[in-house]
Design a protein around this ligand. Structure first.
Ligand SMILES: Nc1ncnc2c1ncn2[C@@H]1O[C@H](COP(=O)(O)OP(=O)(O)OP(=O)(O)O)[C@@H](O)[C@H]1O
Ligand SMILES: Cc1cn([C@H]2C[C@H](O)[C@@H](COP(=O)(O)O)O2)c(=O)[nH]c1=O
Length: 208
């Protein structure tokens, strides 16, 4: 039986998920909570290897369905090897991206279809959906400017897509917000880091 809480973080490039997640992790740990941070694609060896393939800037010939399947494969392995065991041990699992990234990026922006990508992902995750998804909303121009300025963030294959693609990703997330209103919660990621952190913290604490 699952005892922990599965929370995912979503948004376009440079929305600030990774930055705020690290701060949220420390804040929850300081409150005495048992928390685990992880990310997709990656989080465990096999999924990190898939990440290297799917985000490699040199893999310009990658077919959109191959891309969707690679993300789903990485997701499956990460879920069974890391997320589910942690949930069984009672951890609050904070995951940087999950199924909604596939629905927004591959389903909507790559135009494979949200329902089609959802169906391959249902095969991958069975019924393991997050309890809460915090969606960090940012205009793509601002998000891309943030990552271009950042010295810590390596530019990957998806970052190099044109502005229209990133606008479509954001539009995809707006569709998902309407489709999953009980699970997804939108945060204005154009605010200061502290304001974004506070909004995320309040929402997460509301679950306990
Ligand atoms: N609210 C904010 N205001 C200004 N800068 C921010 C804010 N949040 C994050 N940043 C900066 O933007 C850059 C990207 O942030 P971060 O890596 O956390 O984004 P991300 O959502 O994880 O991006 P991606 O998913 O594309 O990797 C970092 O340099 C970070 O310091
Ligand atoms: C899980 C997942 C991710 N993506 C994209 C989104 C980003 O461009 C990269 C991941 O990079 P990050 O710096 O770790 O955010 O991959 C995707 O297109 N589909 C997915 O399912």
């Amino acid at each position: 039986m699952t005892k922990g809480i599965f929370i995912t973080f979503e948004g376009p490039e440079g929305a600030g998920k990774t930055t705020v997640l690290q701060m949220l992790l420390e804040k929850l740990q300081a409150d005495g909570e048992k928390v685990l941070y992880t990310r997709e694609p990656g989080g465990i060896e096999i999924a990190e290897q898939i990440r290297n393939v799917v985000l490699d800037k040199n893999n310009t010939a990658m077919d959109p369905r191959t891309e969707a399947l690679l993300y789903a494969a990485a997701r499956r392995q990460h879920l069974v090897e890391k997320v589910e065991p942690a949930l069984k041990e009672g951890y609050i699992v904070l995951c940087d991206r999950f199924i909604d990234s596939s629905l927004a990026y591959q389903g909507h922006a790559r135009k494979l279809g949200i329902d089609e990508v959802y169906s391959i992902n249902r095969f991958a995750i069975e019924d393991m959906m997050p309890k809460l998804t915090l969606y960090f909303d940012i205009e793509p121009e601002i998000g891309l400017e943030r990552i271009n300025k950042s010295s810590e963030r390596e530019v990957n294959r998806l970052d190099l897509e044109n502005l229209q693609f990133h606008q479509d990703v954001r539009e995809g997330y707006q569709i998902l917000l309407k489709r999953f209103p009980e699970r997804m919660y939108k945060i204005d990621a154009g605010q200061t880091i502290d304001a974004v952190l506070d909004a995320a913290y309040q929402k997460v604490k509301g679950l306990f």
